[in-house]
Structure formats: structure tokens, C-alpha cells
Design a protein around this ligand. Structure first.
Ligand SMILES: NC(=O)c1ccc[n+]([C@@H]2O[C@H](COP(=O)([O-])OP(=O)(O)OC[C@H]3O[C@@H](n4cnc5c(N)ncnc54)[C@H](O)[C@@H]3O)[C@@H](O)[C@H]2O)c1
Ligand SMILES: [Zn+2]
Length: 374
């Protein structure tokens, strides 16, 4: 199958000629292009940082492709799971890179989901003040979201993603073949972010998702390429216009996330997957928008129907069925602490129609309580 390419266009940093633009290559077997890409970027060596669960087959395949392009590649495995996005694991990887005598001619290749992408990206951003990094996302979440846009980081006990850096990859290889082995819940969780792109930016894509939900769930390759291509293009578009989250545009990506993070945190780590929490968060946000008179009930129910068709939780009530119920006070307190709130004022990204959202500040907590139904 031929590959699709999405260009992320970014200005140079030090000089106008130091272009930081890169390609996202999408398709079955896309990771096989990585050898040629590193060679043309002048890489002499590579260190592949990989999720331990998928060293075989994916990281081994990447290392073999690099070897065939005469690029010597060491593989470092990171234990699967969010706990690896830690100071301890970053420190261990820095030590390994020093032991391997890594220099600026060495490129880092991240192979895995968002956990490995964020961690390896952060390690690349910081070791010897910055090594080139390439992303080979192997989960749907990583292919449509985390591998694109240059946000890297690790967690502290005090909170998720509290330490990090903006560090754009040199290229992204979203290989649709890798999605075949994803557990069902991990796959559908990624679809929540896909629905999000339709809701915030692209009504036509939202209609396409409605028409093809069943085919997407069978993981039909042609459907998946379109899902990843359209999502990647929308994310790239936002990142190009607000790379460092300064103008407020990148904030549209937080649709469903203020509620979602609160659900995720209150449920306790590992109960709800991120995408499941975002799906319920979008249900809550749509209801809030309706109660503010910003949208009609038809939009709330279309979003609910699409989420349901994609086998995602689709209502605020679903939260109580999936996790131990939290009180509205608990959820509001978590939302007020969100690093995206301003001075404790409640702020939400809310739809005004399918394909369009607005940032709404100073929402009355009583309305939020009513949406939470508590
Ligand atoms: N940087 C960003 O912009 C950004 C955006 C969204 C999310 N994130 C981060 O991404 C992380 C979540 O990413 P995720 O959902 O990919 O989780 P993950 O990286 O933990 O992967 C999920 C699970 O799937 C397994 N896995 C990975 N690839 C597989 C494959 N091909 N087949 C079978 N199993 C596979 C992993 O071992 C893991 O158990 C969070 O830490 C979140 O903060 C970052
Ligand atoms: Zn998300």
C-alpha cells in the first residue's frame, strides 16, 4: 500500500534556514521507511527506545530496517505502563545513553505508545542539550495525538506531565500494521481523540466517522489510514498555528479534557483509560454547552450516538458504572487545580456546532454540578 504524508510546517529556531518542519508518514509498513529517512538526515547511529511489550516485533523491525540502511542501532526497553514516565526512568535512560557514548550524531527513535513517545522525547530533548528524535507510534492514541506536536515530558508524584519540554520530532512513522495487536480497549480509547477532532474542527470528518463506525471497529486498513491521516492533519494544523500553546488556539485540543482529567483522577489511576475519560468528558462538555444555550439537544445526541457506535462510554452516567462514583465537590476541586484553569475560574472548551468549539471562561459551578448530576 502506498503511504500518505502529512507535512508539519514549522519555522526554524536559531536561524530562518534551520527549518524544523517534518513529515508524518502514514500507512501499512510505514516504519520500513525509517532507514532511508535517518540516512538522509545524516544519522550515524541510532538508539531505539521501545515499550517492553512490543520490542518484538516492532522495535526489532525498526532496528533491522536501520541496520539494513547501515545505521548501527542499540535497543533500550522501557517497562510498559504510565509509571515509566518518571524521573527515575528518565535518569536510567540518560545513564544508558552516557554508557553508549552517545554523541550529537546519534538519533533517538521512540517506538511505542504515548508513554514511550513522551519519555523518549524528553530524554532526547535533554541529553547533551538535545538529540534528534523520531517517533514510531504504535498505539492509536500516539498515532493521532501524542507523537505529533513536540510535547514531551514525565510525571511527578504531584501531577502528570509536570516536567517536560517542547521538542519536535524529525519525522513520524505511523504504521497502521502496528494497530492490529492493540487490545480492544486501547484501540477504542484512541477513537475518543478522533471523535474529538471531528467535534472541534471538522464537521465533514465527523460525518465520515458516523458513516464508517462499523468499518473502523473492524480495523479495516483503508479506514484506519483515513482516520489517522485526517486526525494527524488536524493536529498538525493546530500545532503549526500555536506550537507553544500561547495564542489559545492549541487549547481547542482540550475539548472534553477538563472534565475528562477530573474523571480520570477521581477514578484512580488505571480504572479508566484516558480516552474513555475523554469520551465521558465530551459528553459532559456537550451537556454543559446545551445548558448554556450554546448548542441544541440534537448535537448532544449525535455525539452520544457516534461515541456509542465506536463502543465508547457516551454519557456522564457511564462514569458511575465504570468507576467508583465521585462527588461533584471532589470533581470540581480537581478541575480547579487543572493546570489549564486560570486562577481557579472554571474554563471549558465548548462546542457551538459540530466542527467548531470556543473557549468559555468563568462558567458557573452550579451549572457544572447540574451536568455532573450530583
Ligand atoms: N505528548 C502529547 O501531546 C500527548 C498527547 C496525548 C497523550 N499523551 C500521553 O500519552 C500517554 C498515553 O499513551 P497511550 O495511550 O499510547 O498509552 P501507552 O503508551 O501506555 O500504551 C498503551 C498500552 O498499549 C501497549 N502497546 C503499545 N503498542 C502496542 C501495540 N502495537 N500492540 C499491543 N500493545 C501495544 C503498551 O505496552 C501499553 O500497555 C499518556 O502518558 C499521556 O499523557 C501525550
Ligand atoms: Zn487526550
Amino acid at each position: 500500500m502506498s503511504h500518505r504524508t502529512i507535512r508539519v510546517s514549522l519555522p526554524g529556531d536559531a536561524t530562518p534556514t534551520s527549518d524544523r518542519s517534518y513529515d508524518i508518514v502514514i500507512g501499512a509498513g510505514a516504519m520500513d521507511s525509517i532507514g532511508a529517512a535517518l540516512r538522509s538526515a545524516g544519522a550515524r547511529r541510532a538508539v531505539v527506545i521501545a515499550d517492553s511489550a512490543i520490542v518484538e516485533p516492532h522495535a526489532a523491525r525498526v532496528a533491522a530496517v536501520l541496520g539494513a540502511a547501515s545505521i548501527d542501532a542499540a535497543v533500550l526497553a522501557v517497562p510498559a505502563g504510565e509509571a515509566s514516565k518518571s524521573v527515575a526512568e528518565a535518569g536510567r535512560l540518560w545513564g544508558e545513553l552516557a554508557r553508549l557514548a552517545v554523541d550529537r550524531g546519534t538519533h533517538i527513535v521512540a517506538v511505542g505508545g504515548g508513554v514511550v513517545g513522551d519519555l523518549a522525547g524528553f530524554v532526547a530533548a535533554t541529553f547533551v542539550r538535545g538529540l534528534p528524535v523520531w517517533q514510531v507510534p504504535t498505539t492509536l492514541v500516539a498515532q493521532v495525538d501524542s507523537a505529533i506536536g513536540g510535547k514531551t515530558g514525565i510525571n511527578l508524584t504531584a501531577g502528570k506531565n509536570l516536567v517536560g519540554a517542547f521538542w519536535q520530532p524529525r519525522g513520524v512513522f505511523a504504521d497502521i500494521d502496528a494497530l492490529a495487536t492493540l487490545p480492544r480497549r486501547e484501540f477504542t480509547s484512541g477513537l475518543a481523540e478522533v471523535v474529538k477532532y471531528g467535534m472541534i474542527l471538522d464537521a465533514e470528518f465527523f460525518h465520515w466517522l458516523e458513516a464508517h463506525a462499523a468499518r473502523i471497529l473492524t480495523r479495516d486498513a483503508t479506514a484506519l489510514v483515513h482516520v489517522v491521516e485526517r486526525s494527524a492533519a488536524l493536529k498538525a494544523h493546530v500545532v503549526e498555528r500555536d506550537e507553544h500553546e500561547r495564542t489559545g488556539l492549541r487549547a481547542v485540543l482540550n475539548y472534553g479534557h477538563t472534565f475528562g482529567h477530573a474523571f480520570e483522577t477521581a477514578a484512580g489511576y488505571g480504572t479508566l483509560l484516558h480516552g474513555e475519560a475523554v469520551a465521558i468528558g465530551m459528553a459532559a462538555a456537550a451537556q454543559l454547552a446545551e445548558s448554556l444555550g450554546r448548542i441544541g439537544p440534537d448535537i448532544v445526541s449525535r455525539q452520544q450516538q457516534l461515541l456509542t457506535a465506536l463502543e465508547l462510554p457516551a454519557t456522564v452516567a457511564a462514569y458511575g458504572q465504570l468507576a467508583k462514583p465521585a462527588t461533584a465537590d471532589e470533581l470540581l476541586a480537581i478541575m480547579a487545580r487543572d493546570k489549564k484553569t486560570l486562577g481557579g475560574r472554571l474554563r471549558f472548551v465548548l462546542p457551538s456546532r459540530i466542527g467548531h468549539v470556543e473557549l468559555v471562561d468563568g462558567v458557573d459551578p452550579a451549572l457544572v454540578r447540574r451536568v455532573l448530576g450530583m
